[in-house]
Design a protein around this ligand. Structure first.
Ligand code: NDP
Length: 336
């Protein structure tokens, strides 16, 4: 924990080649920023590490702005207002925003949203009730659209997005199969009500494993990973299947762009539809989504888990762990 006069800030030390490592990150000690007019100073409680941040480490194209070498890393942070500085906030108000990976950050008041999690832990504003929860909400209901009787496969099913997707698909009446990278995760998916789950790390034949858990084929696929798992699922798509492409984490560390989706021929045969989406496409409806998610969690209809890494100094470790599958549910870092 920092003393009250210093501000620890993570910056991008260098851009990675392939899989990032500790050398990409530098923890600097800077002064606590003085908020300008219209800004508030926020003391971080939790910060979010997310797979999309790998794209921000690149200089080139990604759907989020690249992080600059030498500049603070940024992402979802929930914290308390330390200095309202004449904004409409009061000292101690809990807010969420896109802030530096730091003990303290200043941000324009209009970029800070009051935390609205009811009696739930504030960290849920970064997880089940935050960006990943909303991604699952819109991706499932507006893109994948599982129907009663459908068989739906969800990859990275024990992650922040996937675990919510599977539960929402169950609510919609689908039969839900998850893929995940450990026996512990598979057990949790069963606890969540998934009908079947595959520990892909224990399989040498994804095709046979899928045939076993989805003998009638796959009507809906919610793709978080891409790569070999997605290739295998495509071979099991049914006529008129729908594929919602949420993420491709298996490819994020690749230096070469893969040579295109490899199984498009399957779409001719099945007349399946593949649709990518970004959660930001639905920003006008975030408030309503968060209200639904909060109600479901509060009423016990939606479960979530968080993997909490203690200490701002361990933020890179938490981030890198996403690519090793070390998180169950939402990975957050507890700062204070
Ligand atoms: P998760 O909590 O799911 O964490 C990532 C998980 O991915 C890991 O725990 C790991 O689980 C799995 N994984 C890592 N590497 C591989 C690999 N090579 N092959 C297969 N699985 C792998 O992260 P999120 O829930 O935050 O994000 C899930 C996906 O959704 C990501 O692709 C992300 O980029 C995307 N996303 C997209 C959004 C959008 O707007 N479209 C918004 C938010 C997220 P395991 O042990 O199972 O391997």
């Amino acid at each position: 924990m920092a003393d009250d006069s210093e501000n620890r800030v993570w910056t991008l030390a260098q851009r990675p080649t392939g899989t990032p490592d500790d050398d990409c990150f530098e923890l600097e000690t800077r002064t606590i920023p003085t908020p300008a007019a219209g800004e508030a100073l926020v003391r971080a409680r939790y910060l979010s590490v997310d797979p999309y941040m790998r794209g921000r480490m690149r200089a080139g194209e990604s759907y989020a702005e690249p992080w600059e070498v030498g500049a603070p890393l940024q992402g979802g942070v929930v914290g308390e207002v330390a200095e309202p500085n004449g904004t409409a906030f009061e000292t101690g108000d809990l807010v969420v925003g896109n802030l530096a990976w730091a003990d303290y950050a200043a941000a324009p008041a209009h970029e800070l949203t009051p935390v609205d999690v009811g009696d739930l832990p504030v960290s849920t504003a970064l997880g089940a009730l935050g960006m990943p929860g909303r991604t699952a909400y819109f991706g499932t209901r507006e893109v994948a659209k599982p129907q009663p009787g459908d068989t739906m496969v969800v990859s990275a099913a024990a992650g922040a997005v996937g675990s919510v997707v599977g539960q929402l698909a169950k609510m919609a009446g689908a039969r839900v199969v998850g893929t995940a990278g450990s026996e512990e995760k598979v057990e949790w998916l069963h606890d969540l009500g998934f009908d079947a789950a595959i520990n892909y790390r224990a399989q040498d034949d994804y095709d046979a494993a899928l045939a076993d858990v989805a003998p009638e084929g796959v009507d809906v696929y919610f793709d978080n990973v891409g790569g070999p798992i997605t290739d295998a699922v495509f071979d099991h798509l049914n006529t008129d299947a729908r594929v919602a492409v949420c993420g491709q984490i298996a490819l994020y560390n690749a230096e070469e762009r893969p040579t295109g989706p490899r199984k498009l021929g399957k779409l001719v045969e099945t007349r399946a539809r593949v649709e990518g989406f970004l959660v930001s496409d639905f920003s006008a409806r975030f408030e309503a989504a968060t209200a639904d998610l909060r109600r479901w969690v509060t009423d016990g209809d939606l479960s979530y888990r968080e993997t909490v890494t203690e200490g701002l100094e361990r933020a890179p470790e938490a981030f890198l762990g996403l690519f090793e599958g070390e998180n169950v549910g939402k990975q957050v870092v507890k700062v204070s």
